[in-house]
Design a protein around this ligand. Structure first.
Ligand code: C5P
Length: 317
């Protein structure tokens, strides 16, 4: 009997600390400048790999997620790296879907990072990035974690200085925002010139932070807020309530609908919790790249050899 290799993975959510949408592109996507940030809110994926001749991919989740990115990521990876065997996933979902928190993308990236390790094949970052980008614009970010600048479709990534592990609240009012519709509502054209000043808040954020500026001076900015708050005024109200409850800064993430607030201390955050009784609220902290990659090394445990990134399998020849 071939040995079964197992791992329990925490698949973290993200926030966009800044999101500027520039022009529309001929391929239908938009050019972005965004600052991604991993947070401690997470789904759990139990992964089981049994080497074998054929290929089987099974997902148990208790949820009906059409075209699930976990299964698509596994199939894509097994094709590309010629992995054979049976893969079983059990997904325990905590990250709300359609909220701009990147849960599905994070799940896909978790498969890309973990499956090669359990299957004993080498997968370099360039290959994983190519596969990730074909699954979704936010997937490549989760191959790195921490704080990163995303440009182009959001798939071209550069590390930014680490942010402190600031406490935050993520408020999810259960509104589903359609991402393609939110992009359409922005009305960006193919030939839009870069408007003067459009990137000033982003630049101010990046130059000021360096991980050290206090959160009340952060220049957080998300182009989607105008169009999405117009459609769902409740989201704008949540942002104002976060600020009133003591958040040093607050912003909608992605194309919504989750709105987050960053606090000066865990005590301030916990006191603010009482202002949100009707919505689903998550108490989280920002997760640095160092902490993200350390989490990955821990959760792959004995299956990895060495300290390289992405994690390298100890079973690969
Ligand atoms: O890549 P992802 O599946 O996240 O994209 C979902 C939709 O969001 C795309 O089909 C597109 O309409 C829009 N999008 C975009 N420009 C981006 C990312 C996403 O227009 N950079």
């Amino acid at each position: 009997m071939a040995p079964v290799r197992t791992a329990r993975l925490r698949s973290l959510a993200k926030l966009n600390l800044s999101l500027k949408v520039l022009n529309k592109r001929p391929d239908g996507f938009h050019d972005l400048r965004t600052v991604f940030q991993t947070i401690s809110l997470a789904d759990t994926i139990d992964l089981e790999f049994t080497p074998g001749r054929g290929r089987r991919v099974e997902l148990e989740s208790g949820l009906d997620i059409p075209n699930n990115l976990i299964v698509r990521a596994a199939n894509l990876l097994m094709d590309e790296l010629k992995i054979r065997g049976t893969v079983r996933f059990r997904l325990t979902k905590t990250i709300p879907m359609g909220a701009g928190l990147g849960g599905g993308s994070s799940n896909a990236a978790a498969v890309l990072l973990a499956l090669p390790v359990l299957a004993g094949v080498r997968a370099d970052l360039a290959t994983l990035t190519k596969l990730g980008a074909s699954l979704g614009s936010d997937v490549p970010f989760f191959l790195h974690g921490g704080t990163a600048l995303g440009i182009g479709r959001g798939t071209e990534l550069y590390p930014l200085p680490e942010m402190p592990a600031s406490p935050a609240l993520v408020v999810c009012p259960g509104i589903h925002v359609s991402t393609p519709e939110a992009y359409r509502a922005l009305g960006r054209g193919l030939t839009d010139e870069l408007k003067p000043g459009i990137l000033n808040t982003l630049q101010a954020f990046i130059w000021r932070e360096g991980g050290s500026a206090p959160a009340e001076t952060w220049k957080l900015d998300n182009d989607f807020e105008t169009v999405v708050f117009r459609q769902f005024p409740l989201l704008g109200a949540i942002k104002r309530r976060l600020l009133k409850a003591g958040a040093r800064s607050a912003l909608m993430t992605g194309s919504g609908s989750a709105v987050f607030g960053v606090f000066g201390s865990p005590g301030e955050r916990d006191r603010a919790l009482g202002s949100f009784r009707r919505e689903e609220v998550f108490s989280v902290k920002l997760v640095s790249r160092g902490a993200y990659q350390a989490l990955w090394r821990r959760q792959l445990g004995d299956h990895i050899g060495g300290k390289t990134w992405p994690p390298l399998s100890r079973y690969s020849k």
